[in-house]
Ligand binder design. Structure first.
Ligand SMILES: Nc1ncnc2c1ncn2[C@@H]1O[C@H](COP(=O)(O)OP(=O)(O)OP(=O)(O)O)[C@@H](O)[C@H]1O
Ligand SMILES: [Mg+2]
Length: 165
């Protein structure tokens, strides 16, 4: 484990796992290969955050993170789960899938690098930008993967709503 990554993972533990007050928490399953429903879970997450009165910028960032994560599960994994946590001062999104995993995370994170098949490209995906967007829209980002088992992403966005803190 590289130092930077373990720091990010510790931040997740201290911010999300250790937080006792949860304003919202739920998990949403995502089916691999189901392009028809792709975007449904991220749309739902966006609606939930909006209805909770979360600030616009944070809703937009969380929606992009959830959408790119959902499309990656649909495109590459057998099945997965997106978990949304709303905590005082933070929105956190955890993504776990069962699938081929990623052998070289550093390469996968590079802009433009993609193993998308023709089918995935026909659906309009495969520019090799998704993971980059997820990292850029996150204040805290941690990714790990086991080849042949699956991939796990943990993202935190800070909110600025003082009344939550
Ligand atoms: N959940 C996953 N399981 C297995 N491999 C993945 C997963 N997510 C991403 N990858 C691998 O990492 C590569 C880069 O992913 P990324 O989301 O950045 O781009 P993309 O999905 O190829 O294209 P885009 O997201 O721009 O439509 C993918 O092409 C794929 O090889
Ligand atoms: Mg992608």
């Amino acid at each position: 484990m590289k130092k930077g990554l373990s720091v990010q993972r510790r931040k997740w533990t201290s911010t999300v796992s250790a937080c006792e007050k949860r304003l919202y928490e739920d998990s949403f399953p995502v089916d691999g290969g189901n392009f028809e429903d792709a975007g449904r879970v991220s749309g739902k997450i966006k609606t939930i955050l909006k209805e909770m009165g979360i600030e616009k910028d944070v809703v937009r960032m969380a929606a992009v993170i959830a959408y790119e994560s959902e499309i990656n599960i649909v495109s590459y994994a057998r099945q997965g789960m997106i978990r949304l946590h709303v905590l005082p001062g933070h929105v956190a999104i955890e993504v776990v899938d069962e699938g081929p995993g990623i052998s070289d995370i550093r390469l996968a994170m590079q802009q433009g690098w993609s193993t998308a098949t023709d089918k995935i490209r026909q659906m309009g995906f495969g520019a090799g930008m998704g993971l980059n967007n997820i990292r850029n829209f996150s204040d805290i980002f941690h990714m790990s993967s086991d080849v042949g088992i699956g991939t796990r992403l943990k993202m935190i966005i800070h909110t600025h709503q003082e009344q939550d803190r």
